[in-house]
Design a protein around this ligand. Structure first.
Ligand SMILES: Cc1ncc(COP(=O)(O)O)c(C=O)c1O
Length: 397
């Protein structure tokens, strides 16, 4: 761990003066430069009017597409902004021109709102929704694709880093197996982007979505999507606006870029701040970020496992910064509440967020402490001692 770098990242994070944060997978803390960009644009809007303020930053907003493309290894016309990962995912999937009998393959860790939409679409269009088998370590089995893949598979959807623990699914291996198939390969990278290096060409995905507020440290209400240029024509958004579907030569026509999936009213302040967050991450370097997160997460897993009554539940051979655990006789939501009273933030995941995986593993609720590259050992000690103090006193019992 590079102490001066860590001290610098922490000094640039105003939230750390107030809280001990282990909920980066829920929403991380914005660094000061991101907050500055956000506030400056709201200020411009208040002083000049929204339209005029937007015009004055048009080229800076344009540059954010280039930064987003650089982050994902994509082209600028293959990326667009959204209000979040879920909104981007829904917009993309609702754009597929389904035919009755089409098949959809998903992993066991699929995020709840993705599942909900797939369930609705399946009923409406007569589609077959199928769950790919998992390997012993819990991850989706890429080998299974060779036996189930056929021309009727229209969509393969993978939640790369699930919300309920440290598992990392083999996204690139799945991409390799899907090469040349008719299926659209969609990766939910809500927890991955900003945490790991991401290259859409290496992943061989057609579509990808990311959240801004999580590991990228952007503002709430921000997200990203990627659409491979060659697959764009297969996707018709359920609705557009004057920018995405302008009036040209007597008719409304979809624009020829991933921006056809964007909301017209997505705030320039949000785009600019997310752009700043992306540059902030790129400047640190995704390899450095990954290394720091890995060190912190491994140390936290080891520490928590030494506590009496604590069980760490993370699956997968390769693991992320999400550390999931249970404490005997202390429900995760109660633990979360008690810690929050002390200014310590963790997440609590019920069955509803990742129902297939939680049910398959017989789990009702998990506590989730997620680390970032700017997490510190001192914070880990604080969390450890706070949990320890809640166990023996049996406060909940
Ligand atoms: C794997 C995964 N996908 C999607 C989402 C939803 O993201 P958003 O709230 O940005 O729509 C989450 C949120 O936690 C998530 O963990």
């Amino acid at each position: 761990m590079n102490r001066p770098a860590l001290a610098h990242w922490r000094a640039q994070t105003p939230g750390l003066q107030h809280v001990c944060h282990f909920n980066h997978a829920g929403s991380s803390l914005m660094p000061q430069p991101v907050l500055d960009v956000l506030q400056a644009q709201w200020q411009r809007e208040a002083e000049r009017g929204g339209m005029e303020a937007a015009a004055s930053v048009a080229s800076a907003v344009d540059a954010t597409y280039q930064d987003a493309a650089r982050l994902l290894g994509a082209q600028p016309d293959e990326v667009a902004f959204s209000t979040g990962a879920g909104a981007a995912w829904g917009r993309l999937v609702a754009s597929i021109r389904w035919q009755a009998g089409d098949r959809i393959l998903i992993g066991r860790q699929e995020w709840a709102s993705n599942l909900a939409l797939l369930q609705d679409l399946s009923q409406r269009h007569g589609l077959s929704l199928e769950v790919l088998p998992s390997r012993d370590d819990g991850s989706v089995d890429p080998d299974a694709l060779s036996t189930v893949l056929d021309d009727r598979v229209r969509l393969v959807s993978l939640t790369w880093l699930p919300a309920n623990g440290g598992l990392i699914n083999p996204a690139a291996e799945i991409g390799q197996r899907l090469r040349g198939s008719r299926a659209l390969y969609l990766i939910d990278a809500a927890q991955a982007v900003g945490q790991l290096p991401v290259d859409v060409n290496e992943l061989q995905c057609d579509l990808l979505v990311a959240a801004g507020r999580k590991y990228l440290r952007g503002p709430r209400g921000s997200g990203l999507l990627y659409v491979r240029r060659e697959r764009l024509a297969e996707l018709t958004p359920p609705y557009g606006n004057v920018q995405t579907q302008p009036w040209r030569e007597g008719r409304f026509d979809w624009i020829d870029s991933a921006r056809r999936f964007e909301d017209a009213e997505l705030a320039p302040a949000i785009k600019l701040a997310l752009g700043e967050a992306i540059r902030y991450a790129l400047d640190i370097g995704l390899d450095t970020i990954l290394l720091c997160i890995d060190q912190q997460a491994q140390a936290l897993r080891q520490r928590l496992a030494t506590l009496p009554g604590v069980t760490v539940h993370d699956l997968g051979l390769q693991r992320s910064g999400l550390v999931s655990f249970t404490v005997d006789s202390l429900p995760a939501s109660v633990l979360q509440q008690r810690l929050r009273q002390q200014g310590i933030h963790i997440g609590a995941n019920g069955v509803a967020y990742t129902p297939l995986d939680m049910q398959a593993r017989g789990l009702h609720e998990l506590a989730r402490a997620s680390v970032s590259y700017y997490s510190s050992d001192e914070e880990q000690h604080q969390l450890y001692h706070a949990i320890h103090a809640l166990i023996p006193q049996g406060e909940y019992l």
